[in-house]
Design a protein around this ligand. Structure first.
Ligand code: SF4
Length: 104
């Protein structure tokens, strides 16, 4: 994740002035994480470009139901999957409202 200083924001190149939503990026991947209950899993999203990191550098995963909220001001690895507005609108209709547990 790129953090921009106040004076850098004005220098962002044309076309990168607004934030991007990670859910509409090809690098945002849905993964299954096994829970402690046998045969059950939960859904998480990861950035396969390696941009989501915890403070100590480990990879950070986010709960799937929060994916529509993941955004970044500027990302050099962003690869759009198409119309962001329509995609996010449809996604929000299908997202679970909480962290669900699923059966394999
Ligand atoms: S590459 Fe950038 S825009 Fe794409 S999912 Fe990762 S952090 Fe988000």
């Amino acid at each position: 994740m790129v953090e921009l200083a106040e004076n850098q924001i004005a220098e962002k190149p044309e076309g990168l002035q607004r934030k991007v939503f990670c859910a509409n990026c090809m690098h945002c991947k849905l993964v299954r994480i096994a829970t402690e209950t046998q045969g059950k899993y939960q859904l998480r999203v990861k950035c396969d470009a390696g941009k989501w990191r915890k403070k100590l550098g480990e990879e950070k995963l986010h709960k799937y139901f929060t994916v529509a909220r993941r955004s970044i001001d500027l990302c050099e690895s962003y690869v759009s999957m198409g119309s962001e507005r329509e995609f996010l609108k449809d996604l929000k209709k299908t997202l679970p409202i909480r962290d669900e547990e699923y059966t394999y």
